[in-house]
Design a protein around this ligand. Structure first.
Ligand SMILES: OC[C@H]1NNC[C@@H](O)[C@@H]1O
Ligand SMILES: [Ca+2]
Length: 449
């Protein structure tokens, strides 16, 4: 019998994303995405891995839904490949592309699994990137039109929508650090991209409210983490505040309070002359309240002051004696509790979903026909317990999607980093259960642990 019982109707789920699992990168009329382009540039992705085939979910989705059913998932979070639906980003729809998502949604519903759809999880149509992509303000209307089309076609059956996945990563990994598509290294541009992402989120929310199927829930997913000063020195505490502003508050404040945080806005506008905010933008953002906040949680960060960059004056440290995942991320379950309690306190008690939490480990041990991933099972156990502590503190946590349903393309790391509850053999595409999946099935059945 479980000791930690979760609320009735708590939504236990798992998450994936289109470019990471679908494959079929040029099948049935799909257009090129910026990740198709980026992953084929030599040196960008470990081992030269690409999403050409991935888990071949595009062809194997019925088998994968069957696995979700066996897992007992209540919900499944997945993303739609914009260029599979609009090969050129706008204009003509690809009927075979939207047909795939219609079939997937119907298969989920037929198996009693609630779909949660992410509109954008990084695979922008390459045709739009040719026009400047997220750096060109015209993208805001393209995104709103793309969203409105999906609300119209899928909105009768899909009642949970997420506009963006991790806008910080889209903006800064893709336009400043250069380690993600489109591989740019321009900080003022990255900040301008954050504004276009947030504005496009607001326009999509407004399009949802205006759509004939707008009776569901819509939100955004942010990658958030507590930032802890490495010492109690003034400079380290200032660095932690800067990281909290740069990674967390810059996104939380506009989507939940309708304004950018003053400290970060001043820093960016004085030092970067960015973002350009046009008259009416902030009113539009403030006038587009959402129904829930999605949180992707993996770690907390310990930061110290650093001159490594003239503006982003912080550096992460890796505490001695801690446990780390295969991504070299410190394992910090208490950070999840602290984050959830903080969000509840500082942002007026919003409905929250953990839209991603999970870990990569080597997954190189077998126990009979099952992958013996005790480290992932323990990671999830600790983080589910941490979420339960937040529930006990009154946080309105409504559900938890484990990242990920299956091993998949981990962006610049390729296929070498395995986050799945289900193991993928990339030679045969065979799916194999891991012990963490068998354990998760019990948690869902008992609604607790
Ligand atoms: O790094 C693990 C995950 N993090 N959030 C976004 C996903 O696409 C990643 O695979
Ligand atoms: Ca518009």
């Amino acid at each position: 019998m479980a000791q930690l019982i979760f609320p009735k109707d708590f939504l236990w789920g798992a998450a994936t994303a289109s470019y990471q699992i679908e494959g079929g990168a040029a099948d049935d009329g799909k257009g090129e995405s910026i990740w198709d382009r980026f992953s084929h540039i030599p040196g960008k992705v470990t081992n030269g891995d690409t999403g050409d085939v991935a888990c071949d979910h595009y062809h194997r989705y019925r088998e994968d839904v069957r696995l979700m059913k066996e897992l007992g998932l209540k919900g499944y979070r997945f993303s739609i490949s914009w260029p599979r639906v609009f090969p050129n980003g706008r204009g003509a729809v690809n009927p075979q592309g939207i047909d795939f998502y219609n079939r997937l949604v119907d298969e989920l519903l037929a198996n009693g699994i609630e779909p949660a759809v992410t509109l954008y999880h990084w695979d922008l149509p390459q045709a739009l990137q040719e026009n400047g992509g997220w750096g060109n303000r015209a993208i805001v209307d393209d995104f709103a039109a793309y969203a409105a089309y999906l609300f119209d076609v899928l909105g009768d059956r899909v009642k949970k929508w997420i506009t963006h996945n991790e806008p910080w990563v889209v903006a800064f990994a893709g336009h400043f650090q250069g380690r993600h598509a489109p591989g740019l290294t321009d900080l003022p541009l990255a900040v301008q991209v954050t504004h276009h992402l947030i504005l496009s989120h607001a326009k999509a929310v407004q399009a949802y409210r205006a759509s004939k199927h707008g009776d569901g829930q819509i939100g955004i997913t942010l990658n958030l983490y507590p930032s802890v000063p490495a010492s109690d020195s003034e400079s380290d505490r200032a660095a932690a505040t800067l990281v909290d502003g740069h990674n967390n508050r810059w996104f939380l404040d506009p989507v939940l309070k309708g304004e950018y945080p003053a400290d970060i806005l001043r820093l960016y506008q004085e030092r970067l002359n960015s973002p350009v905010i046009e008259p009416g933008d902030m009113e539009c953002i403030a006038a587009s309240p959402m129904d829930f906040l999605g949180i992707n949680y993996y770690f907390q960060k310990v930061v110290k002051h650093s001159e490594v960059h003239p503006i982003l004056q912080f550096e992460e440290i890796k505490p001695e004696g801690s446990e780390y995942t295969a991504m070299n991320w410190e394992i910090t379950p208490q950070g999840l509790t602290d984050l959830l309690v903080r969000l509840d306190r500082d942002y007026h008690h919003p409905d929250l979903y953990i839209t991603e939490n999970g870990a990569a480990f080597k997954d190189d041990r077998r126990d009979g026909g099952v992958v013996d991933d005790q480290d992932r099972l323990k990671f999830l156990q600790q983080h589910f317990a941490a979420a339960h502590r937040a529930l006990e503190a009154g946080v309105k946590l409504k559900g938890y999607y484990v990242w990920s349903l299956m091993d998949n393309f981990e962006w610049a790391h390729g296929y070498g980093k395995r986050f799945g509850l289900i193991y993928i053999d990339y030679q045969t595409l065979e799916r194999t259960w891991k012990k963490s999946a068998l354990w998760y099935r019990e948690v869902i059945r008992d609604n607790g642990l």
